[in-house]
Design a protein around this ligand. Structure first.
Ligand code: GMT
Length: 370
């Protein structure tokens, strides 16, 4: 019996946690999601899956409701009622703190806490002076810690000086869901005149380096008959729309907003562009590869652990706008080469990073802890 906590809204860590829960449930485990709202990929009834919403009481004394404490209470409640063996929290802050509190409240208990580090919980937020010692403490106090890439493990060791025994379990993709869609009708809607399609999908935060997406597309559009699809939403959106319009690109860019079913949109594209300032993994790039879309991704972070530059995609420095544009134009201009890259991309994404292969690693970890 496993409890899972994650951020339920769109974002790679929530996707990984939810897909993990779904796979475990299919495997016969009883899975309890303890989250502030229903995770977005969990919208229908599924056998063996239970959802416990964290109540967030509003009281005038609080500036904002203390989520960490309400979550800890919900965790200990669910752990007691359903005899959880494992509580697996995704994104260290504040989930690992709530889990620690819950476990303390339950003592003596057999409950094991696993913390999965995803990215900015280590590379940005966790390093804030007000969180730093707490993050280090929680890494040490978890019964097991996993990181989604070796890059993230090494960052954790470098910055916090702890985490030698962190286990790297990479992100994964379900190849039955994320797959190429030959002769897609949707593609014709976005590219009625045979245009090439460049796609960016993210939560539009600063770290995603959105200005580079627009600047790269600006250069690409001078050489290729191409359109840009922007999927997702977030704080950088107003600035992004302004840049698109200032550069006179509005007629070649589609803003599609948040998309719960990325597997419907990704396969229409020729190339995915993810030029983030850093990216501990870059799940959307793996999902794109499984759909046969060629990824052009930041070289800063963990993407080199699944993208082999020039073989199944491309890695470029986040400030190398010219390099990214040149790479994309080359792919657009040589369809035979794009096809070869696309086939390698699908093959490499779905073998070592296929859901069942990675799921085995989580199951082994659970078994070793129990
Ligand atoms: O850490 C974040 O910025 C949020 C998080 C998310 O929920 O999308 O993204 C991180 O976790 C993903 C899933 O493991 C990774 O694919 C992303 O690369 C990582 N984001 C960053 O490192 C910026």
């Amino acid at each position: 019996t496993i409890g899972i906590t994650c951020y339920p809204d769109q974002g790679g860590s929530g996707v990984v946690a939810t897909e993990l829960g779904l796979h475990l449930a299919r495997h016969g485990c009883e899975v309890h999601f303890i989250t502030s709202s229903l995770p977005f990929r969990l919208r229908s009834y599924i056998e063996n899956i239970f959802f416990h919403e964290v109540e967030l009481p509003d009281y005038p004394v609080f500036r904002s409701s203390p989520y960490t404490l309400s979550l800890a209470t919900a965790m200990q409640d669910v752990a007691k009622k359903f005899s959880l063996d494992i509580l697996h929290v995704h994104y260290a802050i504040p989930h690992a703190a709530s889990a620690f509190l819950a476990k303390e409240m339950l003592q003596p208990t057999k409950l094991k806490i696993i913390t999965t580090l995803h990215g900015t919980d280590i590379t940005l937020v966790g390093q804030e002076p007000s969180f730093f010692p707490m993050t280090r403490f929680l890494i040490e106090k978890s019964d097991a810690v996993t990181a989604v890439s070796d890059f993230l493990k090494q960052e954790t060791r470098r910055v916090f000086g702890v985490g030698d025994d962190i286990q790297v379990i990479p992100n994964f993709v379900d190849s039955r869901v994320f797959k190429p869609i030959p002769n897609s009708e949707l593609r014709l809607e976005f590219a009625p005149h045979g245009e090439k399609l460049l796609l960016h999908a993210s939560n539009f935060r600063k770290v995603k380096n959105i200005p580079a997406v627009i600047d790269v597309f600006n250069l690409v559009s001078k050489k290729s008959n191409a359109r840009l699809l922007m999927v997702g939403d977030g704080p950088e959106m107003p600035e992004t729309k302004k840049r698109v319009s200032d550069l006179g690109l509005a007629h070649r860019v589609d803003f599609l907003g948040k998309e719960d079913h990325l597997e419907r949109i990704l396969p229409v594209a020729d190339v995915l562009l993810l030029p983030s300032l850093h990216e501990s993994f870059g799940l959307v790039a793996l999902e794109a590869m499984a759909c046969g879309v060629v990824p052009v991704v930041t070289s800063v972070g963990g993407a080199s652990e699944f993208i082999n530059d020039g073989h199944n995609g491309f890695l470029r420095a986040p400030d190398d706008v010219d390099g990214m544009a040149e790479t994309i134009v080359n792919i657009f201009e040589n369809d035979d080469h794009r096809q070869i890259l696309s086939e390698y991309a699908r093959q490499d994404a779905t073998m070592d990073f296929g859901a069942s292969c990675v799921m085995r690693q989580y199951l082994d970890l659970y078994e070793s802890l129990l």
